[in-house]
Design a protein around this ligand. Structure first.
Ligand code: ZN
Length: 695
C-alpha cells in the first residue's frame, strides 16, 4: 500500500537529554536518575505528563521496598485521555542494553519539550497517548550498573545458586519451545519456570491488557540494527505454520520504520537479525527475524491483535567499539547516544502518527462502535443461515454454491468534512483457515476507491463466485469481510482494528418466545489431533437482569472427529418487560501441539429480542415453536400463514394494511424458497428482518 510520506518533515531539533537543559554530551541514566527525572518531567509538565508505577522487580531495597517499573504517560489533558489511541515505547527487557533506556526516555523528553513550539508535535500529543516505559528490568539494570555490566536477565533467585530469567523469553505465547530459549537456569536465555512467572512481565502484561485503545508497541534492544516483527518463535514458515495474518501490514510498517531510521544518519537497520537467517538468495525469510520463543512482540500480536515491533539499535556488530567490560556491542559509547536517539525518534514519531483515531467505518448494526469488523457468514446448501446487516449484504441474500453474488459494503463517514480516496476491499475466506482480513489466506474479491460525503455514506460492491466445492473442513461455510482505509488513517487505526481482530462477526436475530432462550452453536474437531476447546461470550446492551449461561458440562478438549452441539442460555427474569440485546458466542480450537498452536475460531452473534408472551398471538407461538409444521403440511401452513402473520405483526403495532402486504410477500417468499428452508423459525426470522436501506 502507498504510505503517506509527506507528514512530519521533522527538523531534528536540539535534543534535551537530561533534566530539561540544553543538550550536552548525553550520558546513560541509572535507575535512580530515571526515577527522579520522571518525577521532574511530570512536575514540569503537570497537564501533559504523569509518572506512574506499573509494578516492581523482585529485589527488596531497604526502606524503599522494591524497585519500581516506571511509566511516563504523555498526552495533553493527561488526566482524561479516554478514547485516544495509545502507543507504548518500552526499553530494557535486557539489563545490559543501556541504550534501550535512553531511546524511549529521550523520545518522551522530545514530545514534552517541543510541544509549545512544534505544531506537528502538538497535534500528535493532543490526539494520542504515548506511554514511555524505559526500564522494564530495574533490578537487572542496577545489577548491571554496580556489579556486572554484562548482566542480561532480571534478578529472580532461581533457588539453585543461579539468578535471573530472560524477560524476553517469559511471555505467554509459544512459551517453552526449546527453539530460541533455554530451560537451564544458568543460561542467559533462561525462560523461567512458567510463562509470565516474572513480576516484570506480569506487570507489563497487565499494563497492556488494561489499555483500552492500544494501537502499537515498540520494544527497544541492542545491538545489531534491525527492525523485527512477529513471529519470532519459529523460522519455519511453511503453509501449515504461516506468518501472522497481518504480515503484509506488519511488513509495510516495518519497511517504513527502517526507511525513517536510514533517513537520519544513513544507518541501515536490517529486517534480518543475522546473516545466517538469510535465504540462499540473500533475501530475508518472510517474516525475517531470529528465533526467540516466549518473546514480547509475539505475545502482544497474538493476544492483543496489534502491531508490535522489536528494534535492535546501534551498533551493527559486537566488535565495533572498545569494550572495557568485555560486553561487546552492548557497551555502546555515550557519544553514540544522541545519533541513536535521533534516528529512532524519526521512526517512533512515524508509528505514533499512524495511530490515528479512525473516522470512517462500516457498522454491523446501528449502535456498532466500529470496534469489531463486519463480515458475513453464509453457507450455501445445507444450512441456509444467513445474516444481513444494514451495512454489508449480498444479493441474492442466500447464495447457493456455484452462484455469483454481489457483495455490497456501505461505508460511513463520521467526520463533518468529505473524505476522498477511501479504499474499500471486500474479502472472502474459508473461516476454518482464517477469519482475519487482510490475510494472505483470504481472497480479495474486489478493491475500489470511493469518496464519502460529509457525515454521509457511500457504497462499494464486488462480485463473489461462491465456491461449488466444500471448504477445508468439508462443509459450505464461507466468510466475507470488508477492510476500509484512507491515506491519513494508515495503518494502525481503522484498518488495523478491522483486520486484526479475530474477525468473525455474523449476525442473527432471535425472537425470544419464553424467558429462557437457548442460542445454539456447534464446534467440530476435524483435525487429527486433540484440540483445546474454549467458548467466549460477549454481550452488548443486555437489559438489566438478563444473563447468559453456558452449558457447564461442555468439553474442554475435543477429540479428532468429535462434534459438540452447544448452547448458551439467555436467562430473562420472570416478569421482564420487552427488551433486546446482542450476544456474541465465539468458539476457539487450539491444537494440542507445541510450536504450531494456531487457533481456529469462528463465532456467531445473536440479536436477542424478547417480548412478554401474552403479547404474541398464541397460534403464532405454536407455529414458531414447531419445527415439524413445515414438513407436515406446507399447504396448510401457507393458508394459515397470512392470517397468523398479520396478527403477529399487528400485535406489535404495525398497521393492518402494511401487515397484509408483508404477509403476502411472505407467502411468495415461502413458495419460492421453501426448498431452501429447513425450519420455520429460520423462515420467520429471515422474512421478518428489515432490508438494508438504500441511501
Ligand atoms: Zn535485548
Amino acid at each position: 500500500m502507498a504510505l503517506d510520506r509527506s507528514f512530519l518533515p521533522l527538523a531534528l531539533l536540539t535534543l534535551f537529554i537530561a533534566g530539561g537543559g540544553p543538550a550536552t554530551a548525553a550520558t546513560y541514566h541509572t535507575y535512580d536518575q530515571l526515577t527522579s527525572e520522571f518525577a521532574s518531567l511530570a512536575a514540569a509538565h503537570p497537564t501533559r505528563a504523569q509518572r506512574i508505577s506499573i509494578g516492581h522487580g523482585w529485589e527488596t531495597v531497604g526502606e524503599f521496598g522494591q524497585r519500581q517499573i516506571w511509566a511516563l504517560k504523555i498526552s495533553n489533558n493527561v488526566d482524561n485521555t479516554e478514547g485516544k489511541p495509545e502507543i507504548v515505547l518500552v526499553g530494557n527487557h535486557h539489563a545490559r542494553e543501556w541504550i534501550s533506556v535512553e531511546v524511549p526516555l529521550a523520545i518522551g523528553h522530545y514530545l514534552l519539550e517541543n510541544y509549545a513550539t512544534n505544531p506537528a508535535i502538538q497535534e500528535l500529543v493532543n490526539s494520542k497517548v504515548v506511554w514511555i516505559v524505559p526500564m522494564l528490568n530495574p533490578d537487572g539494570h542496577v545489577y548491571s550498573e554496580i556489579t556486572n555490566r554484562c548482566w542480561r536477565k532480571n534478578r529472580r533467585d532461581n533457588g539453585d545458586g543461579t539468578f535471573g530469567v530472560d524477560l524476553n523469553r517469559n511471555y505467554g505465547y509459544q512459551w517453552g519451545l526449546s527453539s530460541g530459549s533455554s530451560g537451564i537456569t544458568s543460561n542467559d536465555t533462561y525462560r523461567g519456570p512458567s510463562a509470565f512467572s516474572e513480576l516484570e512481565t506480569q506487570a507489563f502484561r497487565d499494563f497492556l491488557r488494561n489499555r483500552s485503545n492500544l494501537r502499537g508497541v515498540i520494544s527497544y534492544h541492542n545491538y545489531s540494527q534491525a527492525v523485527l516483527r512477529p513471529w519470532s518463535y519459529t523460522l519455519d514458515f511453511t503453509p501449515g505454520n504461516p506468518p501472522p495474518p497481518a504480515e503484509p501490514m506488519l511488513k509495510d510498517i516495518s519497511d517504513e520504520l527502517r526507511a525513517r531510521l536510514l533517513s537520519v544518519h544513513g544507518q541501515v537497520y536490517k529486517d534480518c537479525l543475522f546473516q545466517a537467517d538469510r535465504l540462499p538468495s540473500g533475501a530475508c525469510p518472510s517474516p525475517p527475524h531470529y528465533e526467540s520463543s516466549g518473546e514480547m512482540a509475539d505475545w502482544i500480536h497474538h493476544e492483543l491483535n496489534i502491531p508490535a515491533f522489536t528494534i535492535e539499535v546501534r551498533p551493527t556488530s559486537g566488535s565495533t567499539w572498545p569494550s572495557p567490560h568485555n560486553c561487546g556491542g552492548f557497551e555502546l559509547p555515550e557519544s553514540e547516544i544522541t545519533p541513536t536517539v535521533e534516528e529512532n525518534l524519526e521512526a517512533a514519531l512515524r508509528l505514533i502518527h499512524y495511530a490515528q483515531p479512525g473516522d470512517i467505518m462500516i457498522r454491523d448494526h446501528a449502535s456498532d462502535s466500529g470496534a469489531v469488523p463486519s463480515s458475513v457468514l453464509t453457507s450455501s446448501g445445507w444450512n441456509p443461515v444467513f445474516w444481513r446487516s444494514p451495512d454489508i449484504w449480498s444479493d441474492p441474500p442466500v447464495p447457493v454454491r456455484g452462484e455469483t453474488a454481489t457483495v455490497t459494503a456501505r461505508v460511513h463517514n463520521l467526520s463533518s468534512s468529505p473524505v476522498s480516496g477511501v479504499t474499500v476491499q471486500i474479502w472472502f475466506t474459508d473461516p476454518s483457515i482464517t477469519t482475519e482480513f487482510p490475510s494472505p489466506y483470504a481472497t480479495l474479491l474486489g478493491q475500489g476507491e470511493i469518496t464519502l460525503p460529509a457525515s454521509g455514506t457511500n457504497e462499494f460492491s464486488a462480485l463473489w463466485n461462491v465456491p461449488s466445492t466444500p471448504n477445508s473442513v468439508g462443509d459450505y461455510h464461507w466468510c466475507v469481510g470488508v477492510v476500509i482505509k484512507h491515506p491519513t488513517d494508515l495503518p494502525l487505526s481503522t484498518q488495523a482494528i478491522y483486520s486484526n481482530n479475530v474477525a468473525f462477526h455474523n449476525f442473527a436475530p432471535v425472537e425470544a418466545t419464553s424467558t429462557a432462550q437457548a442460542l445454539r452453536f456447534e464446534a467440530r474437531n476435524t483435525a487429527t489431533i486433540d484440540m483445546d476447546f474454549d467458548v467466549r461470550v460477549t454481550t452488548e446492551r443486555l437489559p438489566p437482569g438478563w444473563r447468559v449461561v453456558l452449558d457447564p458440562a461442555r468439553p474442554k478438549v475435543l477429540k479428532p472427529g468429535q462434534r459438540y452441539l452447544g448452547f448458551a442460555q439467555v436467562a430473562i427474569p420472570a416478569g421482564a418487560s420487552a427488551g433486546e440485546g446482542i450476544v456474541s458466542i465465539h468458539g476457539v480450537l487450539m491444537p494440542q501441539r507445541p510450536g504450531v498452536r494456531r487457533p481456529i475460531g469462528s463465532g456467531v452473534t445473536y440479536h436477542v429480542k424478547y417480548a412478554p408472551p401474552d403479547r404474541l398471538h398464541p397460534e403464532a407461538l405454536g407455529l414458531i415453536r414447531s419445527h415439524e409444521e413445515l414438513l407436515k403440511g406446507q399447504q396448510r401452513l401457507l393458508e394459515k400463514l397470512g392470517t397468523v402473520y398479520v396478527e403477529v405483526l399487528t400485535t406489535r403495532g404495525m398497521s393492518d394494511d402494511r401487515a397484509v402486504k408483508l404477509a403476502e410477500e411472505l407467502q411468495t417468499l415461502v413458495r419460492r424458497q421453501a426448498d431452501r428452508i429447513d425450519s420455520f423459525e429460520e423462515f420467520v426470522r429471515r422474512a421478518g428482518k428489515p432490508r438494508p436501506k438504500q441511501p
